[in-house]
Design a protein around this ligand. Structure first.
Ligand SMILES: [Zn+2]
Ligand SMILES: [Zn+2]
Length: 324
């Protein structure tokens, strides 16, 4: 049914709605269901127009822009789909969310993806505002950043191609990361690759802790990263002897070493375009293959350059023990 009147003031719409509801009293007496329903149609439209009129900015004149304006005003807060329906003034708000994500690059994560990230420790509960864990569902949303991500449309195209491949979820995830080395990826993209299978966050952790891919998040060793972001720091797996470090130990070592290389003191704040140092790695002082343990007292934080150098020179291990 065509509708959408021109913009009106909320107060005017409120009065129109009231008179429609009052007039409905007569219809309630009617025996015709059809007549009752038809009489509610304009009230329904007016209610939606009222919701849509609450966002007053002149420049905001489509359902999609109203949704975005609302999400930006309450970024990092869990917003219910019903709220978006009110401000959008339309019921098919979910399609607009998808457009905002995929075509315009807004980092809008659904409640269900956030829940999966919290379960794997990639997101802390206090990092977003929400009432209860049970409200983290598919029809709730959080805008994670008020910055538009111009690269997102290109990434979603890649994700779409990889998603169709007949390979396992883990292969899809690592392939996607390797297409986007050094770029921030959202959990929403990874969940999309996994066709909504909730295991995607666990697979990311396994890729890091078991397979040695440098996939970092704010809560697994890169406190400088935005909340909820994932990044493959380099297109290279750690040497087999430096793999299989549990996240809890990784974080313990990084914190002890103040997120800096224990040899040259480099850290992520020092990233420079022509400097070969660009990530921190953990090195087993007594090599894993020679019985070295996966515990903090056998691990040391090194930048990628010092790490390569240690493997080349192979200095006496006492020298490294002295540094921690
Ligand atoms: Zn170094
Ligand atoms: Zn090493």
């Amino acid at each position: 049914m065509a509708r959408r009147s021109k913009r009106k003031e909320p107060e005017q719409l409120r009065k129109e709605l009231l008179s429609l509801i009052e007039a409905f009293e007569n219809k309630l007496q009617s025996d015709s269901l059809r007549e009752q329903v038809l009489a509610l149609v304009p009230a329904n439209h007016t209610l939606r127009d009222l919701g849509g009129s609450l966002i007053r900015e002149e420049s905001v004149d489509s359902a999609r822009e109203r949704i975005l304006t609302y999400l930006k005003r309450y970024s990092k807060c869990l917003i219910h789909g019903d709220e978006l329906m009110v401000v959008a003034g339309i019921s098919e708000y979910a399609r607009r969310i998808r457009e905002l994500r995929v075509q315009f690059g807004w980092q809008i994560l659904s409640g269900i993806v956030l829940k999966q990230m919290i379960d794997e420790g990639d997101l802390k509960q206090y990092e977003i505002h929400f009432d209860s864990l049970s409200s983290l569902k598919t029809d709730t949303y959080v805008l994670m950043s008020i910055e538009e991500d111009w690269e997102a449309a290109r990434r979603w195209n890649i994700a779409n191609d990889i998603r169709k491949k007949k390979v396992g979820m883990k292969e899809k995830i690592i392939e996607y990361f390797r297409h986007n080395v050094g770029r921030i990826i959202t959990g929403e993209e990874l969940a999309y690759l996994a066709n909504g299978n909730s295991e995607w966050a666990r697979r990311c952790r396994e890729l890091r802790t078991e397979d040695g891919w440098p996939i970092a998040t704010k809560n697994s060793g890169r406190p400088d990263l935005p909340v909820g972001a994932y990044i493959l720091e380099e297109d290279r797996q750690a040497e087999p002897h430096d793999r299989r470090i549990p996240d809890i130990v990784r974080i313990q070592v990084l914190e002890r070493d103040k997120h800096s290389c224990k040899i040259c003191n480099w850290n992520y704040k020092d990233v420079m375009p022509h400097d070969r140092r660009h990530l921190l790695e953990l090195h087993h002082i007594k090599h894993h293959a020679k019985g070295g343990e996966n515990t903090a007292d056998n691990l040391i934080t090194l930048c990628n350059v010092c790490h390569d150098d240690i493997h080349k020179r192979n200095p006496p291990i006492q020298q490294l023990y002295k540094l921690i």
